[in-house]
Design a protein around this ligand. Structure first.
Ligand code: ATP
Length: 325
């Protein structure tokens, strides 16, 4: 079946009590992990070092064998699948993407389609379409990996993983080795790309900010491979399931919470009646409203609705209370 942009439709991924015990170890690396990633969603696996993120991800494409429980791709258990065949169906991107140094960018991207025996014309079309999707000029097709920046190489890695149009992608810290500024650019470019291709994606990171940014849902794992919470970013920020999640999300949770709420989310009866101060549009994000007030050196501002009519005042105190709530 074809998706809206001619790409194959994504599939659902289900971890069903998936468990990994490495030989010679007492405790499980992944312990009874159960969660479902709906087709076309990004699930971010996040948690402290050693909590089992990579293990959980690699069980999906059978780079690691499942000890107990199961993983279903498109409703089918991966356990009885031929591992090579499965890997050709599942895109895989890692932190230091290994491009073939003596092959051009185009040849690198075409690796799997060539294995699959696609025609030259079809491969060529796909390569140029992907270069455009990842935002690299088509002249780059004939360059070699050493002639690219680190960020460009990671983009090529993403294109290579997408070339065979996999219904599912595994991404293990794909932007982890990129400097913060370029990382943010790659993140937003990737989200734009994902809006078009709508793959089912498992994305591993240890960076909670990246998780919040990238995830439709976030799975927070605890050391020992137990799932602490699986929920949307806002759910996790607003309602951490337990002390571990609260701690992991961190001290700047308050600011992150303010980044999620808009002035219009505040019940009217919590707006004050003070006059003066800068004007704050009702759809302003609370964090921006706060920095605006602080920049103006004001402790409150006037909230106006879409018609510019004042509907109350917002105080720094109220913002502080909302951040902590
Ligand atoms: P990081 O963020 O540091 O990459 P991670 O969350 O991806 O960590 P994993 O690499 O999945 O964690 O490791 C989970 C646990 O399993 C760790 O305690 C690790 O030491 C252990 N482990 C990983 N690979 C093996 C192996 N081949 N044999 C034995 N133990 C292993």
């Amino acid at each position: 079946s074809e998706g809206p942009s001619g790409y194959r439709q994504a599939v659902e991924l289900e971890f069903a009590e998936a468990t990994k015990r490495y030989p010679g170890t007492d405790s499980a690396a992944v312990d009874g992990l159960s969660l479902t990633v709906p087709a076309g969603e990004i699930c971010v696996l996040v948690g402290p070092s050693g909590c089992g993120k990579t293990t959980a991800m690699r069980m999906v494409n059978r780079m690691i064998d499942i000890s107990d429980g199961d993983i279903l791709v498109g409703g089918k258990s991966v356990k009885h699948r031929n591992a090579d065949e499965l890997r050709r169906e599942i895109g895989y991107v890692i932190q230091q993407i290994g491009l073939f140094p003596h092959r051009t960018i185009a040849d690198n991207i075409a690796t799997v389609p060539r294995l699959l025996g696609w025609s030259k014309a079809k491969i060529n079309d796909r390569v140029h379409e992907l270069l455009e999707l990842i935002g690299l000029p088509s002249e780059m097709a004939t360059r070699y990996p050493t002639q690219l920046s680190g960020g460009q190489r990671q983009r090529v890695g993403v294109a290579r993983a997408l070339a065979a149009d996999p219904p599912l992608m595994l991404m293990d810290e794909p932007f982890g080795a990129i400097d913060p500024i370029n990382r943010e650019r790659l993140q937003s470019e990737f989200l734009r790309l994902q809006a078009e291709i709508r793959k089912t994606i498992v994305f591993v990171t240890h960076d909670i900010d990246e998780a919040i940014r990238m995830g439709d849902k976030i799975a927070i794992l605890q050391v020992g491979g137990k799932l602490a919470q699986y929920a949307s970013p806002s759910e996790i920020l607003l309602h951490p399931a337990n002390a571990f999640v609260e701690d992991f999300v961190g001290a700047d949770r308050a600011l992150k919470r303010l980044a999620l709420l808009r002035v219009s989310d505040i019940p009217r009866d919590q707006l004050g009646t003070a006059n003066g101060g800068p004007e704050i549009a009702h759809d302003t994000i609370l964090r921006d409203a706060l920095s605006d007030l602080l920049q103006h050196g004001e402790l409150h501002g006037r909230v106006v609705d879409e018609h510019g009519t004042a509907i109350g005042s917002l105080t720094v105190e109220t913002l502080a209370r909302l951040a902590k709530a």
